[in-house]
Design a protein around this ligand. Structure first.
Ligand code: FBP
Length: 251
């Protein structure tokens, strides 16, 4: 099995996600957090296990800078804009494993929309990525988001559990998914994922109390940690919140 040591601490992790500029557009940002340097500084000062960027931001703000010595990088290999409103989404690969490694990545990420009519295409792309990444000892993280016509009317928690299992079946080292709504449901997600480590996506900004309660529930279920974006870099006191999140994840 490929080691996750470079992006975990004692088997747990808090990752700082910043691919929303592609996925949602700059509407998520303000004058401060629109600057990737601001995010990198939060990543370092907040003691995050890694930052997650698309290749363009990695190349222009991370690779060859002092930040590259201070915080590990995960490069997201596919992406799409929020302008694509197709019910059945596809997120094309826009960066290779080799490019990501040359940018300094210690792990690679890829989104699969299970249930989409393009599932097959994303499975194939991810399988190729994984083959290459594992041959180079690089762990893979799959963003597993059920989307598309086929999932209409199905229970969200069942779909999330299904995604966790698919991540294991595909051989992903870590799966990033949404919280299924309760500790009980989350425990089942973690069980279904087996030896694939589970991290939960932060989601839209909540209050500190709400977010910390989510983190506690996630950790109680046996998950590996959090991959958080907006709840950190849209927060007025991101470092303070990061310390509290780390306390919940690592203790
Ligand atoms: P947040 O913590 O800001 O939700 O980030 C997690 C994340 O998975 C990002 O990596 C990604 O850009 C975004 O959510 C995708 O969200 P969605 O497709 O649900 O809009």
């Amino acid at each position: 099995m490929v080691s996750l040591d470079k992006i975990t601490t004692n088997g747990k992790t808090v990752l700082l996600a910043y691919d929303q500029g592609m996925e949602h557009g700059p509407s998520d940002f303000d004058d401060q957090n629109v600057d990737p340097n601001y995010i990198l500084q939060i990543g370092v000062d907040g003691g995050f296990n890694a930052v997650i960027f698309q290749k363009g931001i990695a190349e222009k703000y991370y690779t060859g800078t002092a930040f590259a010595q201070k915080i590990p990088l995960i490069v997201k290999l596919n992406g799409k804009t929020g302008l694509v409103t197709d019910i059945d989404p596809y997120s094309p690969q826009i960066c290779t494993v080799e490019e990501a490694i040359s940018l300094g990545a210690v792990a690679v990420g890829y989104t699969i929309y299970i249930g989409s009519e393009f599932e097959e295409k994303m499975f194939t792309e991810f399988a190729n990525i994984e083959r290459e990444a594992h041959a180079k000892d690089i762990p893979t993280i799959v963003w597993m988001y059920p989307r598309g016509r086929a999932i209409e009317g199905k229970e969200e928690k069942d779909l999330i559990t299904y995604g966790a299992r698919v991540a294991l079946e595909l051989g992903a080292d870590m799966v990033k998914l949404h919280y299924p709504g309760s500790v009980e449901a989350m425990k089942w997600v973690v069980e279904a994922a087996g030896k694939t480590k589970v991290v939960v996506a932060g989601g839209a900004k909540a209050t500190d109390e709400e977010f910390l309660s989510l983190v506690k529930n996630v950790m109680e279920s046996g998950a590996c940690g959090m991959a958080v974006g907006r709840n950190i870099w849209q927060n007025e006191h991101p470092i303070e919140l990061a310390q509290k999140i780390k306390l919940a994840v690592f203790s």
